[in-house]
Design a protein around this ligand. Structure first.
Ligand SMILES: [Zn+2]
Length: 221
């Protein structure tokens, strides 16, 4: 089953496949890279090139895609371009967000954070938190000790918080997606961006919410 999350203010959607999906659900126009947990963003991309993100024309026929099994897929929309980044702790520490903004020519208009392991599930060593902090700044790795909140780290990186949206699903404690932390899987969730203009039905099946610093991580309402 392909899940669909419409991006506010656009005619674009994030498409998602996970544990209950078949490869046939992924259109050939969705480009996926050989992700290496680094900070290279390709413009233009080549399929299967070693890199962790790409920039493409917004009105083109190819779409940016990200493979994950707990890492955070980040999608960015500029006026004339779309892009993505595969953001785990190694990529964040390596500067993948700086690379995405540089490749896009500045801050995007809208950012969407896809499903990833949440800030309660993602236990990490203090060395991991400090390596991420060194790149993105202190106090941005989440509120729980011994955990890393990837979405908080990425949302904090963008100074205009109001343009950051989230698909609030945890790959580990939620349902529907592969999680390496859950069972060591080598299978990957596939996320890609596609426009209504090319005939894709972007009727949403999954909500997209403004990122909220205070209520994310599944804390009781
Ligand atoms: Zn979780």
């Amino acid at each position: 089953m392909t899940r669909i999350a419409a991006i506010p203010g656009t005619e674009l959607a994030v498409f998602m496949t996970g544990v209950d999906s078949s490869p046939r659900e992924v259109p050939p126009e969705a480009l996926f890279l050989s992700q290496v947990h680094g900070a290279v963003i390709l413009d233009p991309p080549e399929p299967s090139a070693p890199a962790d993100g790409m920039i493409l024309p917004r009105n083109g026929t190819l779409f940016p895609g990200v493979l994950t099994a707990d890492c955070l897929p980040v999608f960015a929309v500029w006026d004339g371009m779309v892009g993505c980044a595969h953001a785990g702790w190694r990529g964040l520490a390596a500067g993948v967000l700086d690379a995405l903004l540089e490749a896009g020519g500045g801050p995007p208009r809208t950012v969407v954070l896809g499903p990833c392991i949440c800030g309660e599930c993602y236990t990490v060593g203090e060395n991991v938190r400090s390596m991420v902090s060194e790149t993105i700044g202190p106090g941005k790795t989440g509120r729980l000790p011994g955990r890393l909140d990837l979405k908080e780290a990425v949302a904090s990186y963008f100074t205009d918080r109001e343009k950051v949206f989230t698909i609030d699903i945890c790959t580990l404690c939620g349902a529907g997606f592969h999680s390496h932390r859950r069972n060591g899987t080598t299978l990957r969730n596939r996320f890609w961006l596609a426009p209504k203009a090319l005939g894709h039905d972007i009727t949403p099946s999954v909500p997209v919410k403004p990122y909220d610093h205070f209520t994310f991580e599944g804390s009781p309402a």
